[in-house]
Ligand binder design. Structure first.
Ligand code: NAG
Ligand code: NAG
Length: 335
């Protein structure tokens, strides 16, 4: 586990002491449903076939059937089914009792380079001309920039045939063309700079209207209002901790769904941490962060809470983040 993950884990585990809990089981134990007993976890690759009958003892474990697995020591009463690779995918690692099947997009035909293709691979681009880099499972084909040769060929006899007499003409034509291009580019840049802010506002309003949202000043644009002062490992953990504290368990699933975790990922984290809410939530955040990589941002959290209309909760979080010196407001800009 990375130092970041460990810190996060420690912080979240720290909450166990404050969270109300009926039966407090050890880290290598699980709480047997309805029995208020702490039983020892079964090892990875197996499942609990019978709960223990004496507190803190070990029940019966049985090996996972073929096609199922448990990746961690577990209190589950069955193993998880191995993932099936889709038609546009191929197997990278076969399923074993202790690890799930790993799939990737079919090399050469499909690729996936963003979270957008989590459910379906993209088809590789076919180059018209030459291929600079073939399509891989995680990257599209890179084609050579197309050089259209026909105009060049037509120019050659013209350039050669007319000799010296056309040279001044060509020089002037080239100069004029360059000047026009420069002016147009400058004009476009000025337009973009001047209208960018207005454009964003207009777009926001249009999108807001389409979604049927009432207009609220600056509501979804947290990323424009606030910025992260410190993105170090330490504050990431603190941030996750604050969100974990403020979002109530009943809203958690919806929250995870909105930030982009899939239902089965949420289920899996819950299954693998039965009886330990905090640990389950922690796994979800880790899964989410691993899935999104650099896309993982607390602004996604904010957008999700906004969408869930949890204004008070969100305000509390923002205030806490500001108080912790993690978040700050951009200097006021006139609207
Ligand atoms: C088993 O142990 C745990 C923690 O030590 C305790 O909370 C629980 O009440 C115990 N269960 C029974 C049935 O004694
Ligand atoms: C997975 O198992 C099948 C059959 O057991 C085998 O043919 C295949 O090569 C294995 N694939 C990998 C990636 O190990």
């Amino acid at each position: 586990m990375s130092p970041c993950g460990l810190l996060l884990l420690l912080l979240l585990l720290g909450r166990v002491t404050t969270a109300p809990s009926v039966t407090e089981c050890g880290p290598d134990e699980y709480e047997a449903e309805g029995l208020h007993l702490c039983c020892k976890l079964c090892p990875a690759g197996s499942y609990v076939s019978e709960h223990c009958t004496v507190n803190h003892s070990k029940g019966q474990c049985r090996e996972c059937e073929p096609g199922t697995f448990t990746a961690h020591p577990t209190g589950m009463t069955s193993c998880l089914p191995c993932a099936q690779c889709r038609e546009d995918q191929e197997v990278v690692t076969n399923c074993s009792r202790v690890s799930d099947r790993q799939c990737q997009c079919q090399q050469g035909s499909f690729y996936c380079d963003s979270p957008d293709c989590a459910e379906k691979c993209f088809r590789c681009t076919r180059c018209q001309g030459s291929v600079l880099q073939p399509c891989s499972a995680t990257r599209d084909t890179v084609c050579a920039v197309e050089t259209n040769q026909e105009p060049d060929e037509r120019l050659i006899p013209f350039l050669q045939g007319n000799g010296n007499s056309s040279e001044p003409f060509i020089a002037v034509a080239v100069a004029v063309a360059v000047a026009v291009v420069v002016v147009v580019v400058l004009f476009i840049i000025v337009i973009i700079v001047v209208y960018q802010k207005k454009g964003v506002q207009i777009r926001r309003r249009v999108v807001g209207c389409l979604k049927g949202e009432s207009e609220e000043p600056g509501s979804p644009e947290y990323e424009q209002t606030y910025f992260l002062k410190d993105t170090s490992c330490n504050t990431t953990s603190q941030t996750y901790y604050i969100f974990g504290q403020e979002v109530t368990p009943s809203k958690w699933n919806m929250f995870m769904t909105l930030i982009g975790l899939e239902g089965n990922e949420i289920e899996r984290c819950r299954y693998e941490n039965q009886g330990n809410l905090i640990e389950g939530h922690h796994k979800m955040l880790i899964t989410w962060r691993n899935k999104l990589g650099r896309e993982a941002s607390i602004f996604k959290f904010m957008a999700a809470l906004h969408q869930m209309r949890l204004r008070t909760c969100l305000e509390n979080i923002i205030n806490k983040l500001i108080a912790e010196n993690i978040l700050a407001k951009h200097a006021e800009t006139p609207n």
